[in-house]
Design a protein around this ligand. Structure first.
Ligand code: BES
Ligand code: ZN
Length: 624
C-alpha cells in the first residue's frame, strides 16, 4: 500500500464500505459520478430514496412583519417509489403541502433537533413528480437579517439579506439542506415599492411593479441560494461584472473594486473558464456578519473592505475563487469544508499574485500563516485538524483559520514539491473532472494519488498526507512564505521596541499589510503611553481601514488606552462582521471592568447583529 493510500485509509470515522470502495477506486479510477450521495450528519434528508432536483420559489417579502410568505415547489427524483420525501426545516410555519393539482398531502414535522431543525416528512402520492409547500418564515429564521432603515447608508428604507451557509437555508426554505444534494432553482420575489431584489442567479427581466424573477440553471448546493432586498443601484465594471450597492455607496464601491474583471480573467487563465455567466458583487450594509459570501453570480460583501486604496480587495479574489473551489466543486459534507476554503485561499493568493504581483501575494500569505499560528495556540488539538471531526457538533463549531490557511499551506506544499506547472495542471484537472459536483476528502485524496502522486512516487514520499490531514498543528514540512516587505517592518518593530519613538520610524510607503504586521509586532510589549505616541504621529484611532482599526482597537483595550474608547464603541455599534467583533469582545472580556463595559455595549448592539455574530458573542460574554 502506498504511503498516501495509507493516509486515506486513516481518515477517521470511515465506514468499512467506503474504505473498501476507496481501495477499489485507487486501482480502477473512480467514476466522476454526480449522482453519488454521501451521508451528511447535518441533514435529516434521505436523498438516496427521494431527491429534490429543482426548487421553485414564489415568495412575498413583508418588511413590517419581518416574514417571507409563499410557496416552494420541489421537483423530485424518486429513486425509491414507495419512500416518503424527507426535508430539512427549522422554525418554518408550514401551512400545507399539496400536489401540483392543489390536493393536500399528509406531512409530519418531527421534534426539533438541538441545532439542526427537524425532519419534515411528506407522504407522496404515486403520481407526484413535484410537491408544493405553502409556508411562512418566523422570527426563528437564522438565515434572514432584517435591517431597520437606520442600519443602512441611506437611512430611509429597510434591507433584507439571507445567509445560508452552513445550515441556515432550512430556516427560510424547506428543502434537503446538505451540500451533497444539488438543485437548480427559479424564483419569483415580490417586494415593496422602491426596493429591488437580487439573488444568486440570473435575473429574468428587469423587475416590474415590485416583482422580480430569477433562474439558476446550474445545479448548486442549498447553502448557495441567496436573496437580498433593499434600495440598491447597479454600476457595471465590464460586460459580465458589476457592483450592486445602496445609491450613496455604489460609486465608491465601484472605484474600489474596478479590478474585478481583471481578476476574473486571471482566474480563468489559471484554472479554466468562469462558468456562471455574470459575476456581480453586492456591497451590503455593515451588519453583514461575514467579510464575503460566494453566492453564485453575486458575491455578498461587507462594506468594511472599502478602504479607499484597494488594499482589502483580496476578499474579492477569495469569493471569486469560490466560483471554482466551492461552487463548481463543492464540499459534500461540512467535514470536507477545507476542500472549499483551503483551495480557495490558495487560489485567492494566485489571483492576487497575477493581478497585483508576487510581493503582495507573499505578504498576505505570510500574514495568514502568522494568524493561523496565533489562532492554533488557543485551539483544542481536535480543532487543529484539517479533516475535522464534527460528530455531534454544529458545523460552525469547526470554523477557524485551520480549514482556510492550513488547507492552503497544504496545497502550497504540493506545489513546492511538484513544481508550479505540474501542480497547476493537476488543479485544473480537478475542477474539470468534477464540475457541478459535490466531493469528499476521500474523493480528493484518491484523485491526488492517481493524478499527481503516482506519477512521481519519490516526490510523493516528501509529503506525509496523514500528518497534513489528520494531525493537529503544522507539519514540519509546512511552507514558510517570507515577504521582504514585511522583513523591513520587522526592523522598525525592533527600533520602536528599543526607542519608543515614532519619529524615528521609517514608514514611508507602507501599505495596509505592513501596518498590520507592525501592530502585531509591537502588540506584545506596548503600553498606553506608547499607544498615545503612535497615535499622535500616525492617527491610528481615526484609521479608515477596518483591518488596521480592528487590530489597533484590540491593542487599545489590551493596554487601557482610553482615547480610543469612543472609536471602539462606535465600531462595535456599527459593524456586525464577526471576524472583527470576536477579537474585540474577547479582549474586553479578559478583565472584570472590560467585561462589564463589553456587556453594556453589547446590550445595545446585539439587536443589530446577525444571529451568526450574536451567537458567538453570547458565548464570549456569557449572556443568555
Ligand atoms: N464561505 C465563506 C463564509 C462562510 C464560511 C460563511 C462558513 C458561513 C460558514 C466565505 O467565502 C469566506 O471565507 N469569507 C471570509 C473572507 C475571506 C477573505 C477569508 C470572511 O467572511 O471573512
Ligand atoms: Zn471562503
Amino acid at each position: 500500500m502506498s504511503a498516501s493510500l495509507g493516509a486515506i485509509m486513516r481518515i477517521r470515522a470511515f465506514s468499512l464500505a467506503s474504505a473498501l470502495w476507496l481501495l477499489a477506486a485507487c486501482q480502477t479510477p473512480p467514476r466522476a459520478d454526480s449522482t453519488s450521495i454521501v451521508m451528511d450528519i447535518h441533514s435529516h434528508a434521505q436523498p438516496t430514496r427521494v431527491r429534490v432536483t429543482h426548487v421553485s420559489l414564489d415568495l412575498d417579502v413583508d418588511f413590517a412583519a419581518k416574514r417571507l410568505t409563499g410557496t416552494a415547489e420541489l421537483t423530485l427524483d424518486r429513486r425509491d417509489a414507495t419512500a416518503p420525501l424527507v426535508l430539512d426545516q427549522q422554525g418554518l410555519a408550514i401551512e400545507s403541502v399539496t400536489g401540483t393539482d392543489g390536493s393536500p398531502r399528509v406531512f409530519e414535522v418531527a421534534p426539533e433537533h438541538d441545532h439542526l431543525g427537524s425532519a419534515f416528512t411528506i407522504q407522496l402520492a404515486a403520481q407526484d413528480a413535484k410537491v408544493r409547500v405553502h409556508y411562512a418564515t418566523t422570527e426563528h429564521a437564522l438565515a434572514l437579517q432584517w435591517l431597520d432603515p437606520e442600519q443602512t447608508a441611506g437611512g430611509k428604507h429597510p434591507f433584507l439579506f439571507t445567509q445560508g451557509q452552513a445550515v441556515f437555508t432550512r430556516t427560510w426554505i424547506p428543502l434537503q439542506d446538505t451540500p451533497g444534494v444539488r438543485v437548480t432553482y427559479d424564483a419569483t420575489i415580490r417586494v415593496p415599492p422602491a426596493l429591488t431584489a437580487v439573488m444568486s442567479a440570473e435575473r429574468v427581466g428587469e423587475g416590474q411593479n415590485g416583482v422580480f424573477r430569477f433562474r439558476m440553471p446550474h445545479a448548486i448546493p442549498s447553502y448557495l441560494i441567496a436573496l437580498a432586498v433593499g434600495d440598491i443601484a447597479f454600476k457595471p465594471i465590464s460586460k459580465r461584472s458589476g457592483i450592486w450597492a445602496e445609491p450613496s455607496v455604489v460609486a465608491v464601491a465601484h472605484a474600489e473594486l474596478e479590478d474585478t474583471e481583471k481578476m476574473i480573467q486571471s482566474a480563468e487563465k489559471l484554472f479554466g473558464p468562469y462558468r456562471w455567466g455574470r459575476y456581480d458583487l453586492i456591497i451590503l450594509p455593515p451588519a453583514f456578519p461575514f467579510g464575503g459570501m460566494e453566492n453564485p453570480c453575486l458575491t455578498f460583501a461587507t462594506p468594511t473592505i472599502l478602504a479607499g486604496d484597494k488594499s482589502l480587495v483580496s476578499l474579492v479574489a477569495h469569493e471569486l475563487a469560490h466560483s471554482w473551489s466551492g461552487n463548481l466543486v463543492t464540499n459534500a459534507t461540512w467535514r470536507d469544508f477545507w476542500l472549499n476554503e483551503g483551495f480557495t485561499v490558495y487560489f485567492e493568493t494566485r489571483i492576487m499574485e497575477a493581478v497585483y504581483g508576487k510581493e503582495r501575494a507573499v505578504m498576505e500569505m505570510q500574514l495568514s500563516k502568522a494568524d493561523l499560528i496565533r489562532e492554533m495556540a488557543e485551539l483544542a488539538p481536535v480543532d487543529q485538524v484539517l479533516y475535522v471531526e464534527l460528530a455531534g457538533r454544529h458545523p460552525d463549531d469547526g470554523f477557524s483559520g485551520v480549514p482556510y490557511n492550513k488547507g492552503a499551506l497544504f496545497l502550497m506544499r504540493l506545489e513546492e514539491v511538484y513544481g508550479r506547472e505540474r501542480f497547476d495542471g493537476f488543479l485544473r484537472s480537478w475542477f474539470d473532472a468534477h464540475p457541478f459536483q459535490s466531493v469528499t476528502t476521500a474523493d480528493f485524496m484518491a484523485f491526488l494519488e492517481r493524478e499527481l502522486l503516482a506519477s512521481d512516487p519519490v516526490k510523493a514520499r516528501q509529503i506525509d498526507l496523514d500528518v497534513w490531514l489528520n494531525h493537529p498543528g503544522l507539519p514540519a514540512d509546512c511552507p514558510d512564505p517570507r515577504s521582504p516587505l514585511l522583513a523591513l517592518v520587522d526592523r522598525q518593530v525592533a527600533l520602536f521596541v528599543e526607542t519608543k519613538d515614532p519619529a524615528r520610524l521609517d514608514t514611508r510607503g507602507w501599505v495596509t499589510q505592513q501596518w498590520l504586521h507592525f501592530l502585531e509586532g509591537v502588540g506584545g510589549s506596548i503600553d498606553a503611553d506608547q499607544m498615545a505616541r503612535l497615535d499622535g504621529t500616525f492617527h491610528l484611532t481615526g484609521s479608515g481601514n477596518s483591518e488596521v482599526l480592528c487590530v489597533w482597537l484590540r491593542l487599545a483595550v489590551q493596554c487601557s488606552y482610553s482615547p480610543a474608547d469612543a472609536a471602539l464603541e462606535s465600531f462595535l455599534m456599527r459593524v456586525g462582521r464577526r471576524k472583527f467583533l470576536q477579537p474585540l469582545y474577547k479582549e474586553l472580556a479578559k478583565t472584570p471592568a472590560g467585561l462589564e463595559r463589553a456587556r453594556a455595549i453589547y446590550t445595545r448592539a446585539r439587536p443589530k447583529y446577525h444571529a451568526v455574530s450574536s451567537g458567538t458573542m453570547d458565548e464570549i460574554l456569557q449572556v443568555r
